[in-house]
Design a protein. Sequence first.
Length: 268
Amino acid sequence: MAQAILAQCTVGSTHWGLALSGPLPGARPCLHARRGRPAPMCDRFSDVVIGFVEAVQSAEDEEEGAESKQKKSKVDTTMEVSSHVLCLASPVFRAMLTSAEWEEGRSRRVAVPPSVGTRRGFAEFYAFLVPGSSCEKCVTDDNVDDVLALTDYYQVAALKNRCEQFLARTRPCSIPLLQQADKYGLAALRANCIEHLAADPDTDWTAFRDNPGMLWEITQGLRMAYRALHEVSKDRLRERDSWGRWQDPGSDADSERLGRQGAWDERW
């Protein structure tokens, strides 16, 4: 029986407790060992480098004017993580890192597209995947957008569901929320937003004019909202007619009712 080793994993500036049982068979030397320096116990498993390309606004650019603000310098940043953690959580990482046919599997380097996430966002995302910390980690308003984009791209279904539930619970139905739900395939949240927005006649749907699929769903939602409104209107008309006949003594039904009431009074 392998002796459990309690190690301390570092993600950015945050430390996470992780129970390890020693290096896996065939594991490559860690990055620290390849660079000729000692490494903490947990870094034996930090065998993958995640790369990011981020835009940085310098102070000099801010002084030069608004035009230079559009030209932001690109900075490459990296983050060392465990391939075992990534492969257990994501089929996309598992396919990339376990196959020699992929460049990522040979080089042990994965580039995150700028449109998908940043180093800060990936650190939040990775913290949800590390055993021992994922149960304590909470989806918040600060990290939900970054984590959701990464969970959709790397197909981490369980964490994606947590993000969807958080958005449905904390954010009001709006066009931006509906766009986000449609972008990341959040079916339940999308249906809920359409149902609520269709009930408001002032909702502006022009944001989806180039999205035929969403327009079809919106049309179905509007049709259901119209049917519900039509049923409510019919019920109110029935109630009004019934109340009007009760109040109007000249109607046939009310005359008959009053006649029966008079006959009943005469008996007694």
